[in-house]
Write a protein that binds this ligand. Structure first.
Ligand code: ATP
Ligand code: MG
Length: 186
């Protein structure tokens, strides 16, 4: 899939005709320094920003997105969060099994009682479980220790299901943990 993306904020171009060329059905890594426009690009791909883009290939695709922020319901339990977000499309067994894979066995814990790294994995579980053609992960490993990061990588690989993945990461060794088909630098 290929598209050309432009985005202005207050008349200033954050992206100016940036050509995003991804490998379909594979893992594509997006890198770049802070403030360069990675999140903006992902939001454009997901159709969350007013359209300045020539991106027909990406249009009309179903998208599952892990935002840079966790965006969880803080006073609900981890299972309730996922059930609420995913609705009837995803069964309880799949939710529990995903949480276990990510090292989150304490299913009744409320999100506001969870650590930052646990919250990040709950948000990742939600993105992985949602059915979609495109899987967009904006810095999925924020706040994760090496063991949790390895579990997160294994879960991403296991649940990719042939989807085209766009993942923003800063660490070069993610290429060891994830089968990255292409790295795209902003
Ligand atoms: N809603 C907005 N209104 C105005 N400017 C914005 C808005 N969102 C982003 N920007 C600006 O666009 C630029 C790119 O931001 P973006 O969040 O896409 O960067 P990023 O590469 O994801 O950075 P980071 O690695 O810190 O997450 C920044 O200069 C930011 O200030
Ligand atoms: Mg960002």
């Amino acid at each position: 899939m290929k598209g050309m993306f432009t985005k202005h904020y207050d008349g200033v171009a954050v992206l100016d005709g940036f050509i995003l060329d991804v490998v379909d059905g594979a893992m594509n890594r997006i890198t770049g320094p802070s403030g360069r426009g990675k999140t903006t690009l992902l939001r454009l791909v997901a159709g969350l920003e007013p359209d300045e883009a020539d991106c027909a290939d990406f249009k009309g695709r179903t998208v599952s997105m892990l935002f840079q922020e966790d965006r969880l319901a803080m006073t609900m339990g981890m299972v309730s969060n996922l059930r609420h977000a995913l609705g009837r499309d995803v069964g309880l067994d799949a939710i529990l099994s995903m949480l276990n894979e990510l090292g989150l066995e304490d299913h009744d814990k409320r999100v506001d009682e969870c650590s930052g790294g646990m919250r990040r994995r709950i948000a990742l579980a939600r993105a992985l479980l949602a059915h979609s053609e495109l899987l967009i992960l904006d810095e999925p490993f924020t706040g994760l220790d090496p063991g949790s990061r390895r579990l997160a990588c294994e879960a991403i690989v296991r649940h990719q299901d042939g989807r085209t993945v766009l993942v923003v990461t800063h660490e070069d060794d993610d290429e060891v943990l994830l089968p990255i088909a292409r790295t795209i630098a902003l």
